[in-house]
Design a protein around this ligand. Structure first.
Ligand code: ZN
Length: 106
């Protein structure tokens, strides 16, 4: 358990919108903010089509936290660069260089 004594389970519920009372705590808690950042990055890396609803809620959550979430926003930006559409494009470009174009279809 983290130093602030908020359990992972409560934070999962918070992300799902079931623990709105946690918001004022998370706003000021580095431990919880770190966990939420890792949670978001973890979801992104395991399943790119992860529940959109959860991501939208998290986006709203970040907007509400505003300037206090610089670290979380940075983690999200890193995750997006690592796993997002830009990463896919880079991978495709790389394999395109390795393989000849499939021009024998006509
Ligand atoms: Zn906390």
């Amino acid at each position: 358990m983290r130093a602030c004594r908020t359990t992972d389970e409560r934070l999962f519920d918070f992300v799902d919108g079931l623990e709105p009372d946690l918001e004022s705590h998370v706003e000021t808690c580095d431990y919880c903010q770190d966990f939420l950042a890792e949670l978001w990055v973890g979801e992104l890396s395991t399943d790119l089509s992860a529940p959109v609803l959860r991501q939208i809620r998290f986006d709203e959550f970040l907007r509400e936290l505003g300037q206090l979430t610089v670290d979380v926003a940075t983690a999200m930006a890193r995750a997006f660069l690592a796993y997002g559409p830009a990463a896919d494009d880079a991978g495709e470009a790389e394999s395109a260089n390795l393989l000849p174009p499939p021009d024998d279809e006509e």
